[in-house]
Design a protein around this ligand. Structure first.
Ligand SMILES: Nc1ncnc2c1ncn2[C@@H]1O[C@H](COP(=O)(O)OP(=O)(O)OP(=O)(O)O)[C@@H](O)[C@H]1O
Ligand SMILES: [Mg+2]
Length: 423
């Protein structure tokens, strides 16, 4: 099923049209395109009417002020402050749901710390989801310490030793932030962390303090107890924002991002309410406002109205689903594919049979039924399937599992995965 060209894909390769030669077809397309492009560019230029600084709504933008996070900013600063006079700070773990300001707070404190002019201090920030492999995490960290590491070729142990030698020889005060640390742990285990947290004497007179950041509390379960005790010397929790807080954050941001009069209070209120409907997620709020601005711009409106925000929300939901699907491990994708075979939903037994047939076709080992049930619970949490418990009277209870996302989107995303080339 997955190798069949999708009807949508066929449209990308139009065949000859109404007896014209393909060459003539191309010419007519070429004649049409420049006009479209001109229009797109003209609209984009006019769009400047709405946005004053669109960058202020991009995910990587770091605001100068982070309202409602003073407590967390001060707490991180307190933990790191001893580094300024050469004492090793405690390691620190930061938790909180997505969009609660963990990354923004940490980057803000690090930048202030670096401004204190302590030459021995190096503060390195690495997102382990983006750095993606253990080797890259180490190589990026090494680069910030001026340790030269080839792109590949050295063992993890060798890279770690070179990093430690440099810290010791320079007497460096090294602070390493590992953002989205759960990615590193779930893919590579906690070996590096074990080495890092036990470096102690080996790097004296220098030191290495670690800040781990995660929106997934469960990653702690995968840690060696000694690593956990050491890494979690200090812990800090980031609560979700309230809708009122999101409103204030958005008001501030919209004043930088948009021209006066483009975003009125009701629009800010609606964005905040939508972004706060599950948990107060500032990223979602800011994204929503940016996309709503883009919708308003494309539609030639003078201000962002309710309709723009609703359209932005639909688009964001669609993007969220696609992103969640792309990042799933192959077994989870196969389980979803099995669920999608049953339009009206199915029970765990039937689902397992369908799943094992798919794994056989894909040349993969099937997981146990117990493990599949665990993965189904995760897919339920991600909002991709719905697993409802149904009572069958005296015969007990069973689960009915149903896909709750668009099957065409699922099909399109799964098709991108080379491991799923099922014949
Ligand atoms: N208090 C705040 N004031 C202004 N903007 C904020 C605040 N908190 C977060 N933001 C903005 O919201 C977005 C998300 O914040 P951030 O990236 O820090 O979240 P996070 O907790 O790291 O989420 P994740 O766990 O998904 O990585 C960023 O664009 C950030 O600038
Ligand atoms: Mg983050």
């Amino acid at each position: 099923m997955l190798n069949k060209p999708h009807p949508e894909h066929q449209d990308y390769f139009p065949t000859e049209v109404e007896g014209r030669s393909p060459h003539l077809t191309n010419v007519s397309t070429a004649q049409r395109l420049p006009a479209d492009i001109t229009q797109i560019f003209r609209k984009a230029k006019e769009g400047r009417v709405l946005f004053a600084d669109r960058n202020a709504l991009l995910p990587e933008y770091l605001p100068k002020h982070l309202p409602f996070r003073n407590q967390q900013i001060n707490a991180v600063a307190e933990v790191l402050a001893p580094a300024l006079h050469g004492s090793k700070p405690s390691n620190l773990l930061l938790y909180g749901k997505t969009g609660t300001g963990k990354t923004a707070v940490t980057k803000l404190v690090l930048s202030k710390l670096q401004m204190q002019g302590v030459p021995k201090l190096t503060a390195s920030y690495i997102n382990t989801r983006i750095a993606n492999t253990e080797y890259r995490v180490l190589a990026e960290f090494a680069a910030t310490l001026d340790v030269k590491i080839p792109f590949t070729g050295l063992s993890i142990g060798e890279v770690t030793s070179r990093i430690f030698s440099m810290i010791r020889d320079k007497g460096a005060y090294a602070i390493l932030v590992l953002d989205e640390i759960d990615y590193l742990i779930s893919n590579y285990g906690d070996d590096i962390l074990y080495e890092f947290t036990r470096a102690g004497e080996r790097i004296s007179p220098g030191f290495l303090a670690i800040i781990g950041i995660s929106n997934n509390l469960q990653f702690k379960e995968a840690l060696n107890p000694r690593v956990l005790t050491s890494l979690g010397e200090e812990e800090l929790i980031f609560p979700p924002y309230t809708v009122q807080e999101l409103k204030a954050i958005l008001s501030d941001r919209s004043q930088i991002a948009f021209r006066p009069g483009v975003v009125l209070q009701p629009a800010v209120g609606l964005c905040a309410a939508m972004a706060g409907s599950e948990h107060g997620d500032a990223r979602r709020a800011v994204d929503l406002l940016r996309v709503a601005g883009e919708v308003a711009e494309r539609e030639g409106l003078q201000r962002i109205d309710e309709e723009c925000i609703r359209k932005a929300s639909q688009k964001a939901e669609h993007d969220r689903v696609e992103e969640a699907l792309r990042s799933l491990p192959v077994q989870n994708k196969l389980i979803l594919l099995a669920v999608s075979k049953f339009k009206e939903g199915t029970n765990t037994g039937q689902l397992y049979l369908s799943y094992t047939a798919l794994t056989a076709r894909a040349g993969l080992e099937a997981l146990t039924q117990r493990r599949v049930s665990g993965i189904l619970a995760e897919l339920d949490l991600l909002g991709l399937v719905e697993a409802a418990v149904i009572s069958k009277g005296r015969r007990g209870r069973t689960k009915r599992i149903k896909l709750i996302i668009d099957p065409i989107t699922l099909d399109r995303v799964l098709r991108e995965d080379p491991d799923l080339a099922i014949n």
